[in-house]
Design a protein around this ligand. Structure first.
Ligand code: CP
Length: 331
């Protein structure tokens, strides 16, 4: 175990993925490169490679999910791992069993990796600290804290469209305050050297001292997206809001909903992103969501390659050795 970063083993290899923060540019780039190598697997007649054959991955989703849970499952299956999808509502946690007891019981079944989504910030970190030494943990979203594979798949999507990060102006719009996705995106963009990161939203949805994250704060949407290369819209996280932070969804849309007209100040080749699920007519217009600049469904597809890369780097490392990002895989 690395003394300064629980996420790395003694040799500096990825052991857990809990947050993008603290990971080097080299490591983030290596994950993106590895994912690039996996995109070809989807084109194969048999969409499988044997890198994690014999490994067992347990998906523990204590919060709802469509994209993350299913793409983690697909990624694990494409790596030939055995996958357990724990039905939390029907599991013994609903009978009062503690999280730790559930984990230790799964460890007794020789699980190699936990993929964890939880409403409590820090849950994945806690599990990584408590898990057996051979077990890896991937954070699939914890409270407001982090959603590292979402941040990475977004970087992968941006790199595929823009080639790199150094000259990019990126606008992140909406509920920054409650967004684990925004935190992971901002950390990754800073590490990868984006030229400018702007966060745009009402004062009630921007954290105090947001500038300390390395971003510029703006409250006007047109100004915020001006000359942007990438416009990332965020979902309003109503389930994490306590009190009246917004007058109404309709008023929010009037000021911060992305329309073709408001997007017109961005660069002509700007791409539009959203991690999903989208609230159409609140965060953005359907014309934009389904329009030519939207890469929202590409983000979902890219999630499989990124999650394959992260799983393989954490628990398939021995099998990965000697395989470059450009490698093709035969079953
Ligand atoms: N982007 C994202 O995390 O979506 P899900 O909640 O559907 O997993």
């Amino acid at each position: 175990m690395n003394a300064t970063n629980i996420q790395l083993d003694a040799a500096g290899n990825l052991k857990h993925l809990l947050t993008v923060e603290g990971l080097s540019r080299e490591l983030l780039t290596a994950i993106l490169d590895q994912a690039e190598g996996f995109t070809g697997v989807t084109q194969q007649a048999v969409k499988k490679v044997p890198l994690c054959r014999g490994k067992v991955i347990a998906n523990l989703f204590f919060e709802t999910s469509t994209r993350t849970r299913t793409t983690f499952e697909l990624a694990a299956k494409r790596l030939s791992a055995d996958v357990l999808n724990l039905n939390i509502a029907a599991s013994s946690t609903s009978k009062g069993e503690t999280l730790l007891d559930t984990l230790h019981n799964l460890e007794a079944m020789h699980v190699d990796m936990f993929v964890v989504r939880h409403s409590a910030s820090g849950a994945a970190h806690f599990i990584a600290e408590q898990a057996a030494p051979h077990v890896s943990v991937i954070n699939a979203g914890d409270g407001r804290h982090a959603h590292p594979t979402q941040g990475l798949l977004d970087m992968f999507t941006i790199r595929r469209h823009k080639g790199g990060f150094e000259h990019l102006r990126v606008a992140i719009v909406g509920d920054i305050l409650h967004s684990r996705v925004a935190r992971s995106q901002i950390a990754a963009l800073n590490t990868l050297g984006a030229a400018e990161i702007r966060v745009i939203g009402p004062r009630t949805l921007i954290p105090d001292a947001a500038e300390s994250l390395g971003v510029r704060v703006c409250h006007d949407l047109r100004e915020g997206v001006r000359d942007a290369d990438v416009v990332i819209m965020l979902r309003l996280q109503r389930e994490r809001m306590s009190g009246a932070l917004l007058p109404s969804a309709h008023e929010y849309y009037q000021l911060y909903g992305l329309t073709e007209e408001r997007l017109s100040t961005a660069r002509p080749d700007a791409i539009v992103m959203h991690p999903g699920p989208i609230n159409r007519g609140v965060e953005m217009d359907s014309q934009v969501a389904d329009g030519p600049r939207s890469v929202i469904l590409e983000q979902v597809s890219n999630g499989i390659a990124i999650r394959m890369a992260v799983i393989a780097m954490c628990i398939g490392t021995q099998n990965l050795r000697g395989l470059g990002a450009e490698a093709t895989y035969d079953v």
